[in-house]
Write a new protein. Sequence first.
Length: 326
Amino acid sequence: MRILSGIQPTGDKHLGNYFGAIRRWAEQQHGADCFHPIVDLHAITIPKEPGELRESTLSLAALLVACGLDPAVATVFVQSHVPEHPRLAWVLECMTPYGDLRRMPQYREKSAKEHGFGVALLTYPVLQAADILLYRADAVPVGEDQRQHLELARDIAQRFNNRFGDVFTVPAGTYPEIGAKLMDLQDPTSRMSTSADSDAGVLRLLDPPDVIRRKLRSAVTDSGREIVRSPDKPGVTNLIEILAATLGEAPEAIETRYEGQGYGTFKADVAEAVVGLLEPIQRRYGDLRADSDELHRILTVGAEKAHAVAAATLARAHEAVGFVAP
Ligand code: TYM
């Protein structure tokens, strides 16, 4: 069983990233061969300040390890260190219909916000398909927002295999039962996102305890008093999901426990649970981030392991399309 899933080195990562992706990577690492690129090539599709990009790449490496990824078991690496990614993306771009990319919801959202964006914002999901297909991954653990990108990666793999023979594994996206789509605390009809306009609705993994408490205290709740999940109570529904995911309990159990209780106590309990979850992560992060040599070592080893797998698949793909071997 091979797993691949990547993450962008942008902004401070949040609880949605943790429940949708990172925590599951840490849980799965002992039962599968896991590859986790920090996708800096994807990150520059939206302009980045170079110093900030460098800093976020290293701090994300530290954060992944702090969240429980063991670099001796799972392969954590920087995407730009493995040149096979853009090389395979080119080949796949040549056979991906323009219309498929133009329809991608994330492209439509981001292109509406950005002015004068580069063409890579459009081809972004093809690079993501290359990330996955290079490792012949069986499973791709992601949050709900990546579903269309995963469908596209499957289409690209199938189309390539039908035309050129069996080169790629057709990957399956996997989604958590709870926490596949955490919502913004201030606008619970929008996904919790690194690029949210306001920080107040985003629970960052490195937010100090008092910030977490403040954000949860001011989280939007809905009219009525009941602590139950319902489509007309998106705020409370989201908080129930957050508490359930944090404690590893069923949302139904949370609803039962808080029957007849007020929002105040409930929100305070959510805050304490999240603070308790993040406290050890933040402590480990502090130690790891201080040791840049160790981070570089982890990423060098990761890139070597990734490169060995990626180079073999790229060679097969190049041969399949008819390139003369160098
Ligand atoms: P990124 O960096 O935006 O997000 C990383 C992971 O976090 C998940 N996620 C969420 N899960 C639950 N609730 C949320 N509110 C939430 N927000 C984000 C995402 O689904 C993702 O799993 N394009 C990808 C990175 C990528 C990738 C790949 C992923 C590049 N190549 C190959 C998988 C396989 C992205 O921007 O993720």
